[in-house]
Design a protein around this ligand. Structure first.
Ligand SMILES: C[S@@+](CC[C@H](N)C(=O)[O-])C[C@H]1O[C@@H](n2cnc3c(N)ncnc32)[C@H](O)[C@@H]1O
Length: 378
């Protein structure tokens, strides 16, 4: 049942209802964590107003606003009545099983449709029955599976992001049930975060100050460094990165500057205590950037108050064996020293991403570029 995700209500599709609610993540949520389950979990002690302001009340009133009704309810009083009948059924009371108005005939299994590229299903009919079964302690139930496939708004958004060119992969971790089975996370990221945190705990009196992640993708590092205590921001050329970050991490999109990293860094005099730039430099080395790689490093140097963390593609990776010849950790370290004012560049070792289909790629070393006085180059 954890694979059954919320679908449209009252005949609307999952996409339509998500748009009506203004919540693109609606179809990414298991029914057992949704409003139907929540209303049961809260019990019947609640006032009418509490029911109406619950996620169930909001869902039902949105449905009425957009389709004219929620089952037989057409107004707030009807929604409260509907919720109380549902609670009574959960409590085992013999209520008359409603029919018509989008109620299924008794005994009919829940109706679902497969969600593309996942092991999940979107519920077309039967949200209440699933929540009741879950409240009764069931973890599986028989369902009817309709033909065809649907996608979720989150899947659509990820496919529209320019970097993976429609691919079915995640570059940074995203927690969503329909991505779990068939959307591998290319970079585990936690290893790099752990290395940064350990390093910064030795380097700084406390984990606070400002942080900038250049090429922030969905903003996973921005979000995590924010959680550690930094005022965290990002730069990302794909504006959808900020949208994904808002939806999946609750990240404030205003914290992401949208555009080319070199262009944005050139245009600002700002400086951040800690800066990171992961897996961007080699694109400039390969001639796909808007400036020379040395200039990108100079811009990162100017923007960094205390520590710059950087990783980049290396020659040992299968896909870069000829194109990045010579770019080994020793060369990268020297390149960073030669093109910046940092006093030392420390090699913190390789990432843990050279696994599975990428066993011959990644394993990129993380470098920490520091200043003796910790204050910056002025
Ligand atoms: C290989 S991914 C790296 C993501 C992230 N830094 C990480 O390592 O987890 C490259 C990211 O950089 C962004 N990007 C590429 N070129 C850029 C540029 N010139 N300025 C800003 N972002 C850029 C892409 O849109 C993509 O999100």
């Amino acid at each position: 049942m954890s694979r059954l995700l919320l679908g449209g209500q009252n005949g609307t599709t999952g996409h339509q209802f998500a748009a009506a609610l203004g919540d693109p993540m609606w179809p990414s949520r298991p029914v057992v964590d949704g409003p139907h389950a929540e209303v049961l979990a809260r019990g019947s002690e609640r006032t009418d107003q509490q029911i109406l302001s619950s996620s169930y009340g909001r869902m039902a009133m949105t449905c009425i606003r957009h389709t004219g009704r929620y089952f037989s309810a057409t107004d707030e009083a009807g929604v409260v009545e509907q919720a109380r009948e549902f609670l009574a059924r959960a409590a085992g009371e013999q209520t008359e099983v409603p029919t018509g108005d989008h109620h299924s005939p008794p005994g009919l299994p829940v109706l679902v449709v497969p969600i593309a590229d996942s092991d999940c299903f979107q519920v077309l009919d039967g949200h209440h029955r699933i929540a009741l079964a879950a409240a009764a302690g069931m973890t599986t139930m028989p369902v009817r599976v309709r033909r065809g496939r649907v996608t979720t708004p989150l899947q659509d958004l990820l496919r529209r992001m320019s970097w993976l060119k429609g691919g079915q992969e995640l570059y940074q971790p995203i927690d969503a049930p329909e991505l779990e089975a068939l959307w591998p996370t290319v970079r585990c990221c936690a290893d790099r975060l752990e290395a940064m945190e350990t390093f910064l705990r030795h380097q700084l009196p406390e984990l606070s100050g400002t942080y900038l992640d250049v090429a922030s993708c969905y903003g996973w590092f921005v979000h995590q460094m924010g959680n550690l205590g930094f005022e965290a921001e990002g730069i990302e050329q794909d504006s959808l990165g900020a949208t994904v970050g808002r939806l999946v991490y609750g990240q404030d999109p205003d914290r992401i500057r949208i555009g080319d990293a070199a262009w944005i860094l050139r245009g600002t005099q700002e400086r951040w205590d800690v800066v990171s730039c992961f897996s961007l430099l080699h694109h400039f080395v390969l001639g796909r950037g808007s400036c020379e790689p040395a200039e990108l490093v100079r811009l990162l140097d100017r923007a960094t108050g205390r520590v710059l963390f950087l990783d980049t593609g290396q020659e040992h990776e299968k896909w870069f064996r000829t194109s990045l010849r010579g770019w080994n950790p020793e060369h990268i370290r020297n390149f960073l020293l030669e093109n910046s004012t940092f006093d030392a560049v420390l090699d913190l070792g390789p990432d843990r991403d050279a696994v599975g289909p990428y066993a011959e790629n990644y394993g990129r070393h993380l470098f920490a570029c520091v200043r003796d006085d910790g204050a910056g180059a002025g």
